[in-house]
Write a protein that binds this ligand. Structure first.
Ligand code: NAD
Ligand code: WQD
Length: 340
C-alpha cells in the first residue's frame, strides 16, 4: 500500500512542488488549502506536471478542526507535511494577531486532530528567519535563535509547541525544516511562484522586471558588510526543497521526538550576483537602482547544510543558474501567473 501524505498549503509555492515530487515517487497525496494565498488552478497543474492526480484536494482552513477531522476520517493519513501559513514578514508586523492565529492556531488545530486520529508523523515548515540577525555565518541548527518580527516568532513558537508535544507524546516523530530562501520553479514550466500584488521577495520581483511587468528592481542597500555591499542570502531551488521533504518523510522513522534541520545550500549569493545571474538566464538585462536599506533586513544569512547531509546522505544539487533559468521559464510562459 502506498503511503498517504496530507499536505496542508499544498496549492502554495513550496507545497505544489512538493506534491509533484511526492506523486512522482508513488505517494498518495491529499491537499488541504483555503487558497488565501494560492490559486485552485495550481491543483490542476500539479496533476498535469506529475502525470497523475492528487488523491483529493479540500478547500479547508486548517484552523477549522471539524472540517480537518472530516479529512482525517475520510483518508487513512500516514504522515502530514504542514506548509499552510502566512509568510509575509512586513504584513506580520501590521497583522500580528492574524499571523499568530493562522500560523500557531492552525498548527495547534492540526496537532489536536492528528492526535485524535493517532497520526504521529509530521514534517513542519520552519524558517531561517528564526535566527534573526546572525552574528556569524554559516548558521548551524545550534546557532542562537532571535527572531526579529512576528512572522519569525510564530515559527519559533510552533517549534517550541512541537518540542513540548513530543516530550509528552513520546511516539511522535517530527522534523522541523528551517528553509533559507526558496526560489525557482518546476522545470516543466507549469508551476512556479505566483505572488499576489507587488512581490516582497527579490527573485519574483526580478522575474517580473525581466518580463516587463515592473520597470526596475530597487536594491535595498549597498552598504552592508558583504563583498559587494548588498544583502547575501542562501537561495535554494524549490525543487531541492521539495526533494528535501520527500527525503525527510523517508527519515521520519529514524527516531522518535522532534528534530530540527536547516534546508539550504550553504552558498551565499548577493543581490547583485542574483541580478547578474538572472540577466544571463533570461538574456535580458535587469535594470536596478540602489535605494535605502529595507527596515528589518539583515546583511547575511547562509546555512550550514551539513547536518542534513550527514543525517540523510542527501544534498541539494541545483545551482543559482538553474534557479534563475527555471524561474524565468515559468515567468515567460505564465507572465500573469496562474490567472487565466
Ligand atoms: P505560500 O503562501 O505560497 O503557501 C502557503 C499555502 O497555505 C497557500 O496555498 C495558502 O493558501 C495556504 N494557507 C494559508 N493559510 C491557510 C489556512 N488557514 N488554512 C489552509 N491553508 C492555508 O507560501 P510558501 O512559500 O509555499 O511557504 C510554505 C511554508 O513554508 C510556509 O509555512 C512558510 O512560512 C514556510 N517558509 C517559506 C519560505 C519562503 O521564502 N517561501 C521560507 C521559509 C519558510
Ligand atoms: C532577499 C535579499 C533584500 C527585494 C524572506 C523572509 C524570510 C524567509 C525567506 C519565510 C535581501 C533584497 C529584496 C527587493 C532587494 N521567508 N531585496 N529588493 O528577506 O531574505 O527572506 O524570505 O520564512 O522569513 O524574510 O528574502 O527575497 O525579501 O530578500 O534588494 O525588491 O534581496 O534586501 O537582501 P529575505 P527577500
Amino acid at each position: 500500500m502506498p503511503e498517504t501524505v496530507l499536505v496542508t498549503g499544498g496549492a502554495g509555492f513550496i507545497g505544489s512542488h512538493t506534491c509533484v515530487e511526492l506523486l512522482a515517487h508513488g505517494y498518495e497525496v491529499v491537499v488541504v488549502d483555503n487558497h488565501v494565498n494560492s490559486s485552485p488552478h495550481a491543483l490542476e497543474r500539479i496533476a498535469k506536471t506529475a502525470g497523475r492526480p492528487l488523491a483529493a484536494a479540500y478547500r479547508v482552513d486548517v484552523r477549522d478542526r471539524l472540517a480537518l477531522a472530516q479529512v482525517f476520517t475520510t483518508h487513512q493519513v500516514d504522515a502530514v507535511i504542514h506548509f499552510a501559513a502566512h509568510k509575509a514578514v512586513g504584513e506580520s508586523v501590521a497583522l500580528p494577531v492574524e499571523y499568530y492565529d493562522t500560523n500557531v492556531g492552525g498548527t495547534c488545530a492540526l496537532l489536536s486532530v492528528m492526535h485524535e486520529h493517532a497520526v504521529r508523523r509530521l514534517v513542519f515548515s520552519s524558517s531561517c528567519s528564526v535566527y534573526g540577525d546572525a552574528r556569524t555565518v554559516p548558521l548551524t541548527e545550534q546557532s542562537p535563535v532571535a527572531p526579529t518580527n512576528p512572522y519569525a516568532r510564530t515559527k519559533l513558537t510552533c517549534e517550541r509547541i512541537l518540542e513540548d508535544v513530543c516530550a509528552h507524546l513520546t511516539d511522535m516523530k517530527v522534523l522541523a525544516l528551517r528553509y533559507f530562501n526558496p526560489v525557482g520553479a518546476h522545470p516543466g514550466g507549469l508551476l512556479g511562484e505566483d505572488p499576489q500584488g507587488i512581490p516582497n521577495n527579490v527573485m519574483p520581483y526580478v522575474a517580473q522586471v525581466a518580463v516587463g511587468r515592473r520597470e526596475r528592481l530597487s536594491v535595498f542597500g549597498d552598504d552592508y558588510p558583504t563583498p559587494d555591499g548588498t544583502g547575501v542570502r542562501d537561495y535554494i531551488h524549490v525543487m531541492d526543497v521539495a526533494e528535501g521533504h520527500r527525503v525527510a518523510l523517508q527519515h521520519l522513522d529514524d527516531r522518535t521526538g522532534m528534530r530540527v534541520f536547516n534546508l539550504g545550500t550553504g552558498t551565499g549569493t548577493s543581490v547583485l550576483q542574483l541580478v547578474a545571474a538572472f540577466g544571463e538566464a533570461s538574456g535580458r538585462p535587469i535594470p536596478y537602482q540602489v535605494v535605502d536599506r529595507r527596515p528589518g533586513d539583515v546583511a547575511e544569512l547562509v546555512a550550514d547544510a551539513s547536518a542534513v547531509a550527514d543525517a540523510w546522505e542527501w544534498t541539494t544539487t541545483r545551482d543559482l543558474a538553474a534557479m534563475c533559468r527555471d524561474a524565468w521559464r515559468f515567468q515567460e510562459l505564465n507572465p500573469h501567473g496562474y490567472a487565466h
